[in-house]
Design a binder for this molecule. Structure first.
Ligand code: ADP
Length: 398
């Protein structure tokens, strides 16, 4: 059983072919700059250790990109399958499922209709996800397609956590509320952490720290709260996104700078966060290098980032009336030993005894980073969002 995972963005398309008999990735890659000038293709055949790195390839639209992916997967020399019949089903990452979906779903016409309706809440993401689904259905009409949502795992939040104190009709008529994102990662990482804890009932705080970043409070496998909101702009400070700010501050900037709604949206989503404060890059490694070289704005951005993560950990310990484990994941959470140390330094009041030495040693896999006698465990967990999508697709279509 082989599952093709598709993550279709507005100008990119990531793909991964996973063998479900051993849950190993057979091949993966990314089509970038789809539909714009100089599209590039990256591909890996993991079994044969073959790599195509950022090669120019014609991809005038998503249909051409998926066509190229399918042809490459079947290529005699660099491919991994002899024909498309070896692909059993396709799993699509879909960013927003609104209130319709608390689990993954096999895609039919009604699902597509619902996703199109929900697109108003995620105009940058859902239309691109739907485009990937439609192209796949056209190119491989016999195959089953499954939608796996970023929002679904968070649907267990109670109204007191997900409602915004706006006029009630903004919820009933416009569906304005907190939904949360990165659900596949929060689900996977909280499950792995619960297993490591070996406790039936567990209170886990998952810190997914990547370019996009979010934190969630997961009690007994169910999300109590999460830091992203109606859109992925809310919560902690991110690579280019503000995270939480006083909404009046954005209205003030809009007025003073004469910005349109689109311009303030771009400013808060693409020009803020680490990039906004540091000014040179949104990348955490660049930030750390600049900070070590004495750049004060880099230091400020680093301190703000760590402070906000710590702030949410405290809030979520309160939301769950305690915490058993804190799990770090995502590019920064998995690799950034310094930010992990800075964040955990101030958590002794919760009962965290952090192992600073072990934290500094680079090891792959899932690692416990707290002392054996720490009341609260701290872990680094490698997330696997594509695997969650493949597992759900397999579960619903096998
Ligand atoms: P996304 O999936 O949201 O695009 P990732 O989870 O891939 O993001 O994380 C990307 C971030 O991880 C970047 O800011 C990058 O600098 C950071 N990162 C990667 N390696 C390290 C490292 N060794 N130390 C600190 N940060 C790192």
């Amino acid at each position: 059983m082989k599952i093709l995972v598709i993550n279709s963005g507005s100008s990119s398309l990531k793909f991964e072919l996973i063998d479900m008999t051993n849950e190993k990735t057979i091949s993966k890659g990314i089509c970038e700059r789809v539909g714009i000038a100089n599209p590039i293709f990256t591909y890996k055949n993991l079994g044969k250790d073959i790599k195509i790195d950022k090669q120019e390839a014609p991809m005038k639209d998503h249909s051409a990109a998926i066509d190229l992916v399918l042809k490459t997967l079947q290529d005699k020399e660099i491919g991994v399958i002899s024909n498309v019949d070896e692909i059993d089903a396709i799993g699509h990452r879909v960013v927003h499922g609104g209130e319709y979906y608390d689990d993954s779903v096999i895609i039919d016409e009604e699902v597509i209709k619902n996703l199109e309706e929900v697109s108003a809440l995620a105009p940058l993401h859902n239309p691109a996800n739907i485009m990937g689904i439609k192209v796949m259905k056209k190119l491989l009409p016999e195959k089953k397609n499954v939608a796996v949502f970023d929002t679904a795992f968070h649907q267990t939040m109670k109204p007191e956590a997900y409602m915004y104190p706006l006029p009630y009709e903004d919820y009933t008529e416009l569906k304005v509320r907190k939904y949360g994102f990165h659900g596949t990662s929060h689900k996977y990482v909280s499950e792995v952490t619960a297993k490591l804890l070996g406790k039936e009932n567990s209170k886990i705080i998952v810190c997914h720290l990547g370019n996009g970043a979010s934190i969630s409070a997961v009690k007994d496998g169910k999300v109590v709260d999460t830091s992203m909101g109606m859109t992925p702009l809310a919560g902690i400070m991110m690579g280019t996104r503000t995270g939480d700010i006083d909404p009046a501050a954005s209205l003030y900037v809009m007025e003073k700078r004469g910005l349109s709604i689109k311009e303030i949206d771009t400013r808060m989503n693409k020009k803020s966060g680490i990039l906004g404060i540091f000014g040179e890059s949104s990348d955490f490694r660049d930030l750390e290098n600049a900070m070590k070289a004495g750049n004060e704005r880099a230091k400020l951005a680093y301190d703000m980032f760590c402070y906000r993560v710590k702030f949410y950990i405290g809030a979520y310990a309160a939301a769950m009336d305690g915490v058993d484990a804190i799990a770090f994941t995502g590019g920064i959470g998995e690799n950034g030993s310094d930010p992990r140390a800075t964040i955990c330094e101030g958590l002794s009041y919760l009962g965290v005894k952090f192992d600073f030495e072990k934290n500094g040693i680079r090891t792959s896999g899932n690692v416990e980073l707290s002392m054996p006698d720490s009341k609260i465990k701290v872990y680094k967990i490698e997330t696997a969002e594509e695997l969650v999508i493949a597992r759900d697709t397999y579960r619903l279509t096998k």
